[in-house]
Design a protein around this ligand. Structure first.
Ligand code: GLU
Length: 287
């Protein structure tokens, strides 16, 4: 069997915390145990929130934990052309369209729909896109894009699902291997890029997993539902299908997911207060 290729893919928009440590250590241990490879990807597409000092801290914190990764590290901000190429293909296939509503206009449309009897939300709790931009004519789209108006490029979910048919993925989310049916419709017409942002998380992650030859995507359960969109994009772009493992999360004392904004669980704070890498493994339940 060819070696497993695993990845850890943090965003440098804050310091790594215990949840990241669990994810990075599970990936690292799995690579070591199976004679596989571990690559590191810096997910820094959101240039307004990502900072070089957080990226530097990622390298330091991972090295402190005893994690080794292959060089070169892939930094998404250096590969916008790869995402543009994927978008161009979806556009050629007639699967994306620009929408022009501002966030405030979208919020008003959602509020109106909610008053009329409810409006669905995606698995992360955000309302689905309520606008009608998919119906704009090609000429109208072109005209508005050329005026310099801000826009979001959205996946035409109905058309995308019609093209691919039912999809699923293999996951070990509850430890036994299971086949999970994908439900991308639950996300509505997701944004894949914006006028000034060449890619969304969803698009970049599938393009990069394929380009980096990732065989096993091992990440937290908070991303379980996003996999429905990822499987759909893989199918639309003819990309290979990795095996998934969505692992348990590290929760705070109130049972909530850890956040980058609470310093108490940041690896550097724990290190400064005298914890060792072995302590971290114990705290996240790996020893
Ligand atoms: N960059 C994402 C995060 O930091 C993880 C992406 C993934 O593992 O697919 O939450």
């Amino acid at each position: 069997m060819p070696p497993l290729v695993l990845r850890f893919a943090p965003s440098p928009n804050g310091y790594l915390h215990l949840g990241h440590a669990l994810s990075a250590l599970i990936n690292f241990d799995m690579a070591r145990r199976t004679g596989g490879r571990l690559v590191l990807r810096i997910e820094d597409i959101d240039t307004t929130r990502c900072r070089p000092e957080y990226e530097e801290a990622i390298y330091q914190d991972l090295a402190w934990l005893g994690i080794a990764w292959e060089e070169p590290v892939r930094r998404q901000s250096k590969h916008f052309d790869d995402y543009r190429a994927a978008l161009a293909r979806l556009e050629r296939d007639g699967l994306i369209y620009p929408s022009f509503e501002s966030r405030a206009e979208i919020a008003a449309l959602v509020a109106a729909r909610e008053r009329q009897g409810g409006w669905p939300r995606d698995p992360d709790g955000a309302p689905l896109y309520p606008g009608g931009a998919a119906a704009l004519s090609a000429a109208e789209r072109k005209r508005r894009m050329e005026t310099g108006e801000p826009y979001a490029l959205r996946l035409d979910m109905k058309a995308a699902i019609a093209r691919c048919g039912p999809l699923s993925w293999t996951d070990t989310v509850s430890n036994a291997t299971e086949v999970i049916p994908a439900d991308p419709a639950a996300w509505g017409d997701v944004v894949l890029a914006r006028k000034d942002t060449p890619t969304s998380y969803h698009l970049a992650v599938v393009v990069d997993d394929a380009l980096q030859g990732i065989t096993h995507v091992v990440r937290g359960r908070d991303l379980l539902h996003a996999t429905s969109v990822h499987r759909l994009l893989q199918a639309l772009l003819d990309l290979p299908e990795p095996i998934y493992h969505h692992h348990r999360l590290v929760l705070d004392g109130d049972g909530r997911k850890l956040s980058k904004s609470t310093n108490a669980t940041a690896l550097r704070a724990l290190r400064q207060s005298g914890e060792t890498p072995t302590d971290i493994r114990r705290i996240v339940g790996l020893e």
